[in-house]
Design a protein around this ligand. Structure first.
Ligand code: AMP
Ligand code: MG
Length: 397
């Protein structure tokens, strides 16, 4: 086998084959998790008018302190029908429109309200407790750039800027196919040599959380006919993710049948542990991932490579998983040839995040891995990475 690609090299090759799909209009309300296909531009100044930041009294700052007749009481959504004349004050609620003539709001707590008169004991300054028009954003300015993945705060901004709909990337269609004669669905009774199929639901969850629409096919046994039919079907999607059958054994059929079906293999094998025998290829616009069957290998491969590809298909600006830094609490042995992603649990320490490797780092140990919330990068090399070392880690969603 040729030199294995590093994680970065493999990801670069995958992303170079991504052809982003088109866009569609999405109700703002439904846009969480979607990627903006065009910038969102404000339809109005925000705030649209100078407004009060407090419940209080609108005044001319230069006239304070003093006692003022209360001319009008302004509620949010009910502006005054005239300007503030010299010598008077107006009651005003938070969010109420500041009347013309006023330049400050004195909070209720700093005023003595006597129904038709208010006494203000301290001098106010112009601008006090006033939210200027356009202070957050101006009409026509960009609220969010294209490529943004919409989160809760961003939905708020889109709605505040007046947009009922936004242009979003079409969600990629993904098919998940698990392979292995030994696999049985959870809920059934296991026969001799059988195990519960667990990668399918896990990979579907990764894909959905990256924005894909997921179809699951029934697991296929390790025979050519069932592989062929299922793979042919999966190749109609934007992304086909298989697990198992991608190694070197006599029952590993995925790559050979995919080649028959016209998939061009871009690479096979990445210098990562777990997850080395990972295959990536393309047929037309379809990205084809062959993940290993061991559940932890499959999870790591999906987090490192499939998630970024699905985000890239949607034109997301941030597709690379974010590597954070933390301190390793117990030593981890290095692998001479491959970068390792060790499963660890993170905790808050005195000097930042501490990472405690979980016991049971083998690639079939999905239950042990489920106790982890971080994948710690152990760079290939000799010896070990000692306790107290600063390491990079990927937070598991
Ligand atoms: P393979 O890559 O097909 O050689 O499978 C490697 C190991 O992963 C074997 O022990 C399989 O039984 C197991 N395995 C394969 N696919 C799955 C799956 N979908 N769910 C759980 N374990 C699996
Ligand atoms: Mg297998």
């Amino acid at each position: 086998m040729a030199r294995l690609l590093t994680i970065e090299e493999a990801l670069e090759r995958i992303l170079s084959h991504v052809r982003p799909a088109g866009a569609e209009l999405v109700q703002t309300e439904e846009s969480a998790g979607r990627v903006l296909a065009a910038p969102v531009v404000a339809l109005t100044d925000l705030p649209p008018f100078p407004s009060s930041a407090m419940d209080g009294f609108a005044v001319r700052a230069a006239e304070t302190p003093g006692a003022f007749p209360v001319a009008v009481r302004i509620a949010a959504g009910r502006p005054a029908d005239r300007m503030l004349r010299p010598g008077e004050a107006m009651g005003i609620a938070t969010g109420g429109a500041l009347p013309d003539g006023a330049d400050a709001v004195v909070p209720i707590e700093r005023a003595v309200d006597r129904d038709d008169e208010v006494e203000i004991e301290e001098a106010a300054s112009a601008g006090d407790n006033v939210r200027p028009r356009g202070g957050d954003v101006r009409a026509g300015d960009e609220v969010l750039p294209a490529g943004t993945r919409v989160s809760a705060s961003q939905i708020g901004a889109i709605a505040a800027a007046g947009l009922a709909q936004v242009s979003c990337a079409i969600r990629p269609r993904a098919v998940v196919l698990t392979t292995g004669t030994e696999l049985r669905p959870a809920g059934s009774t296991l026969g001799p040599g059988e195990i519960y199929e667990s990668n399918g639901a896990m990979l579907a969850a990764v894909l959905r959380s990256a924005g894909a629409l997921v179809e699951r096919l029934d697991p296929v046994a390790d025979d050519e006919t069932s592989h062929r039919a299922a793979l042919e079907r999966g190749l109609r999607a934007d992304v086909l993710v298989t697990t198992g059958g991608v190694s070197v054994g006599p029952h590993d059929l995925v790559r050979a049948i995919e080649a028959e079906l016209g998939v061009e293999e871009v690479f096979w094998g990445v210098a990562v542990r777990p997850g080395k025998p990972l295959a990536f290829g393309v047929r037309d616009r379809t990205l084809v991932f062959g993940l290993p069957g061991n559940p932890v290998s499959s999870l790591v491969g999906a987090e490192l490579f499939v998630r970024p590809a699905v985000l890239a298909l949607q034109g997301a600006t941030l597709v690379h998983s974010r590597w954070d830094r933390g301190t390793l609490v117990a030593p981890l042995r290095r692998n001479a040839a491959r970068d390792e992603l060790a499963r660890a649990r993170s905790r808050d320490g005195e000097a930042g995040v501490e990472l405690v490797p979980v016991s049971g780092q083998e690639s079939h140990m999905i239950v042990r891995a489920a106790g982890a919330d971080a994948l710690v990068l152990v760079p290939r090399g000799d010896g070990e990475v000692g306790a107290g070392t600063s390491v990079r880690y990927l937070r598991l969603a």
